[in-house]
Design a protein around this ligand. Structure first.
Ligand code: ATP
Length: 463
């Protein structure tokens, strides 16, 4: 058995990101989109491990915010919507970032991030201090436009949605009437959003195609501020429950002048990424701005009728809006660890481990026969794999030395490994028949457990 002897010195921020990006590619978490054609800037694909990780995140978010609550219902809106939605919401006229052009290198940069972006001609300098000749900032709209139907003209122009929220606002009445909810209640949605970011960077942190997990929680105006604080707490608990400790999340109360003009109060939840403390989620009190805009533009009544007081009014809304990809990146950063271990022969090596919370881990359990050339062991291990597969994601592996197999699972963050060995077959000790070796990722401790207890033992820990 190997024992951890010391944590290796943690790599610098840029080296850590390099190692993480390389691990993500090597082990099938995240690939560059269209890689064989040179990629597409700001767009990423999730591989077999990445898709499981992201699904675990999204499913836990859905479970926590929709299934376990009786005051939140879900919906799944379309990515393409009538252009009028984006005119009413203000996105067509104002969803832009300030951009400067550099006449020297011909690059285009987000004007409010010049001190964070390296000069393409002199990477040791940031754009803010390089010698390039820059233009004054001008607004650049972040929406991708497209046309619906065979004619590419203004009459059928629309946009890929830059946020999921607007579908919720425009379907407010339909959802209210069909779900028979009463205020306060929420509508939740997970889906893709698209922004033509001027400078996509930091791996999947800022990309041009990403996924959001949003709730619009409708309420009476008098309850807005207290519900905002309630949702802030809920969201902080959520991050703890997926393995991101509270002290790594910084809550920023966005000051007047920096918030959207319609927001009475907004908190940003920021995470300590290796490249700096950056936004993971916004929890915003958006007042009745969005519903009012859609009432005014569509002419349709999107108000609420209170049966008890016989009052009609436009609800206010609290919006916790999180990025699934940014949270995946936070999970990866939080989990990544390298440590020095010493094997039984006293040889030192580096163990790379993704210490995911078991609930987030892409693979929950690795199942191995001790030796692949012993049919009795292989059959038993395969039967065990078959019996667990309907209940959780497992990985069956019979290739290579057992230590190497453990190490491969450590690298993708598998919290448990199970080895079927001779004792499982009752050799030499019949009392150990039908037991397996259970190895725990973080402590690397091994112990025997009866096969009959395995499913419950694992289920209690991985969901
Ligand atoms: P930023 O200031 O970082 O551009 P934002 O304040 O514009 O973000 P919101 O419009 O509040 O972001 O979107 C809600 C969430 O969606 C963000 O907290 C983030 O997690 C995610 N998100 C927004 N833009 C991107 C992007 N380009 N790539 C990945 N995730 C994003």
């Amino acid at each position: 058995m190997k024992t951890p002897s010391a944590l290796s010195p943690q790599p610098s921020a840029s080296l850590l990101m390099e190692k993480l990006v390389s691990l993500c590619k090597r082990r099938g978490f995240i690939f560059q989109s269209s890689e064989i054609y040179g990629g597409l800037n700001g767009v990423w694909d999730y591989g077999p491990m990445g898709v499981e990780l992201k699904r675990n995140l999204k499913e836990f978010w859905w479970r926590r915010n929709v299934k376990e609550r009786d005051d939140v219902v879900g919906m799944d809106g379309s990515i393409l919507m009538n252009r009028a939605v984006w005119q009413a919401s203000g996105h067509e006229s104002t969803f832009s970032d300030p951009m400067v052009d550099c006449k020297t290198c011909k690059g285009r940069f987000r004007a409010d991030q010049l001190d964070a972006i390296a000069c393409p001609m002199k990477p040791s300098k940031k754009i803010a201090t390089c010698d390039g000749e820059k233009t004054e900032p001008r607004d650049f709209n972040l929406m991708f436009s497209t046309h619906v139907g065979p004619m590419a003209d203004e009459s059928n122009k629309t946009y890929l949605r830059p946020e999921t929220a607007q579908a919720i606002f425009v379907q407010f009445k339909n959802v209210l009437e069909t779900s028979r909810q009463k205020l306060p209640f929420g509508i939740a949605q997970i889906g893709k959003a698209f922004r033509n970011e001027i400078n996509p960077r930091n791996f999947i942190f800022r990309s041009r195609e990403f996924e959001q997990m949003e709730i619009e929680y409708f309420c009476r105006a008098k309850d807005g501020l207290s519900l905002l604080d309630y949702w802030l707490e809920e969201r902080l608990k959520f991050y703890e429950d997926i393995g991101i400790p509270r002290d790594k999340i910084h809550v920023k109360d966005i000051p007047d002048g920096e918030r959207a003009f319609y927001s009475l109060k907004t908190y940003d939840l920021e995470y300590e990424f290796p490249f700096g403390i950056q936004e993971l989620e916004g929890v915003a009190y958006r007042t009745d701005y969005d519903l009012t805009q859609h009432i005014n533009h569509s002419g349709k009544p999107l108000d609420y009728f209170d049966e008890e007081t016989k009052e009609k009014f436009i609800p206010h809304v609290i919006e916790p809006s999180a990025g699934a990809d940014r949270t995946v990146l936070a999970l990866l950063c939080e989990a990544f660890s390298e440590e020095e271990v010493t094997d039984q022969q006293g040889k030192k090596e580096t163990r790379t481990v993704l210490r995911f919370h078991p609930r987030m881990a892409p693979v929950k359990v690795g199942i191995f026969p001790l030796l692949k050339n012993k049919p009795a062991l292989v059959e038993k291990a395969q039967a065990l794999a078959r019996s667990l597969r309907p209940h959780m994601t497992i990985f069956y592996d019979e290739a290579g030395a057992i230590g190497r197999r453990y190490r491969r699972q450590d690298e993708i963050g598998t919290p448990f490994c199970v080895t079927v060995d001779f004792e499982t077959l009752g050799d030499p000790d019949p009392a150990l028949a039908e037991t397996v070796t259970l190895r725990e990722r973080d402590s690397m401790e091994q112990r025997r457990i009866p096969i009959s207890e395995l499913k419950d033992y694992l289920s209690d820990r991985v969901f």
